[in-house]
Design a protein around this ligand. Structure first.
Ligand SMILES: Cc1cc2nc3c(=O)[nH]c(=O)nc-3n(C[C@H](O)[C@H](O)[C@H](O)COP(=O)(O)OP(=O)(O)OC[C@H]3O[C@@H](n4cnc5c(N)ncnc54)[C@H](O)[C@@H]3O)c2cc1C
Length: 396
């Protein structure tokens, strides 16, 4: 048995294995571990460079849908997304972030955009010459995202956007933002629309840069009389929330893919350390307490991988995967946190030294249990889904 052999699982096709093998080679040659300079400027530069490298390497074509616009296929291949994120995360959290955000920030354009919108944005996203961002969260609307207050008022052939967005990844370096704003067709989720806002639009300001434990570009945005042409609205008005959820149905499984990458790297590091660290006349891996940790890590990783690639496969087969993607995201991010913690423990004091791989992984994994729906939100999504199904089967 080899925990690396999941490429041969029936959820994946030979082209997926070929993709992962090729990317592994590219990543090994191109990517390095986190740089020690965590300043906003250094992280911005590193992220811009990674987006370019991912574009030049041909990997960003998997982040968009539509061969006419530079995509690898006409619809986004969810399994490819997960494999790419898993592989990149094993090498570099920032590379995984750079790849993921190109997809998340442009996903709704791939799925719902007009031909003009796709033509204008997707080729640049795929080649890495335009950086994308997804702006839905607000200071008072995170988990309860349907409570968002940022408003878009129709004014002739324009919309005027006013409000705040926060925790926006790529904020400050993005070339365009996919912004969700209230258009008021109905209260709550049914009164939200989505807009493409170019970064240089007057009235859009990056009012604060936010520094986090796993450094990546993150910002607070303010919209004040921000006027955009009405053709920049994506899809029908009032459909923004549905579009956001449809995009997350694809990208949630890929968060699980990234978590798997971090967890696999932690297991690899833990195995190397445990089999070489001498103590009490033996090596650490000779002790049953260590073996139990390694066994738990390997088993948890495979369980999470099965859930992840099941969700991705179901999505690619055209099924609704709201529940399965939530199961995958919740499980993979939670077990990865635990596996990485075990790796840090196996490393002893060395595990908490800045610059150590396991120390970096410990910081990288934490936000994944919060963004794109915290674990508690995934639990509610799963429970809602199975209760609904149960009630349906009782009636049926
Ligand atoms: C690194 C990072 C990057 C991000 N990038 C983006 C981005 O690019 N675009 C974007 O729009 N947003 C982004 N976010 C925001 C993210 O989506 C929100 O942080 C998330 O939705 C949670 O919202 P909140 O932080 O306001 O927490 P809150 O909504 O205040 O929730 C706090 C905690 O409450 C718990 N909780 C939630 N619901 C329930 C419940 N029903 N019952 C019990 N407990 C519950 C959870 O543990 C949750 O973590 C990012 C966040 C982080 C950390």
């Amino acid at each position: 048995m080899s925990y690396g052999s999941h490429f041969d699982w029936p959820f994946l096709e030979p082209r997926h294995k070929a993709l992962a093998t090729e990317l592994e080679q590219w990543a090994g040659q191109t990517l390095s571990d986190e740089a020690s300079d965590h300043s906003v400027r250094a992280v911005d530069d590193a992220c811009r460079k990674l987006v370019r490298q991912l574009g030049d390497g041909g990997w960003l074509k998997y982040a968009i849908g539509g061969t006419a616009y530079g995509g690898s296929a006409n619809t986004i291949d969810t399994r490819a997304l997960c494999l790419i994120r898993e592989t990149l995360a094993r090498h570099s959290g920032l590379a995984d972030f750079a790849f993921a955000m190109q997809g998340l920030g442009s996903g709704a354009i791939s799925i719902f955009g007009t031909q003009e919108q796709r033509h204008r944005y997707l080729p640049r996203v795929a080649e890495g010459s335009a950086i994308a961002a997804f702006a839905i969260s607000e200071p008072d609307a995170g988990s309860d995202v349907a409570a968002l207050q940022c408003a878009a008022r129709k004014d002739g052939d324009f919309y005027v956007i006013d409000g705040e967005k926060t925790w926006i990844s790529n904020g400050g370096i993005a070339d365009f933002y996919l912004v969700f704003a209230r258009t008021g067709e109905a209260p709550g989720a049914k009164g939200i629309s989505a807009f493409l806002v170019d970064a240089d639009t007057p009235g859009l300001d990056i009012t604060k840069r936010i520094e986090v434990m796993a450094p990546h570009p993150l910002a607070h945005l303010t919209f004040k009389d921000c006027r955009i042409p009405a053709v920049q609205r994506l899809g029908n008005s009032g459909q923004g929330f549905k579009m956001a959820m449809a995009t997350l149905d694809i990208f949630r499984s890929s968060v699980a893919g990234a978590a798997l990458g971090f967890a696999r790297r932690a297991l690899q590091e833990a195995l190397e350390r445990a089999t070489s660290r001498k103590m009490f006349g033996q090596v650490l891996a000779d002790f049953q307490l260590t073996q139990a940790k390694l066994a738990r890590m390997a088993t948890d990783i495979d369980s999470a991988a099965l859930l992840t690639y099941r969700a991705a496969w179901l999505k690619d087969m055209g099924h609704s995967v709201t529940v399965e993607a939530a199961m995958a995201k919740m499980t993979a991010t939670e077990i990865a946190q635990h596996a990485i913690d075990s790796a840090v423990q196996i490393f002893g004091a060395l595990g908490v030294v800045s610059g150590q791989v396991v120390e970096r992984l410990y910081r990288e994994i934490r936000p994944l249990r919060i963004y794109e729906g915290a674990t508690e939100v995934q639990e509610l999504v799963i429970a809602r889904g199975i209760i609904k199904e149960h009630k349906g089967s009782e009636r049926g």
